[in-house]
Design a protein. Structure first.
Length: 101
């Protein structure tokens, strides 16, 4: 993944957003709710939030560059809300765009 391209930065943001989502759901939240340690979600939650916003912001230049329809932009935006869907967006769409560059 190339940090010098819009699609490369989007792919990294999608990957980190997805990984932090997994960490929140499978590690931090069980520690919080089962172990009673409220602080367990603070750092992973903050990192996830940063990359959630970064992913949404980084969609915009790729949308413009690729001349996506608004429906595509909407679907890829929704991918950041549905757990683990950024992995799908990257594998099925962003990786192909990256290979074209």
């Amino acid at each position: 993944m190339n940090l010098k391209t819009h699609i490369g930065r989007l792919r990294i943001a999608a990957l980190v957003e997805g990984i932090t989502c997994v960490a929140l759901y499978l590690i931090a939240m069980p520690i919080k709710y089962i172990g009673g340690i409220d602080e367990a979600v603070r750092i992973p939650g903050m990192i996830h939030g940063i990359f959630f916003i970064a992913y949404l912001v980084l969609l915009l230049p790729v949308h413009k560059q690729q001349k996506w329809s608004l429906s595509n932009l909407f679907i890829f935006g929704i991918a950041s809300i549905v757990p683990f869907m950024t992995f799908w967006a990257d594998r099925e769409h962003f990786k192909k765009l990256s290979n074209q560059s």
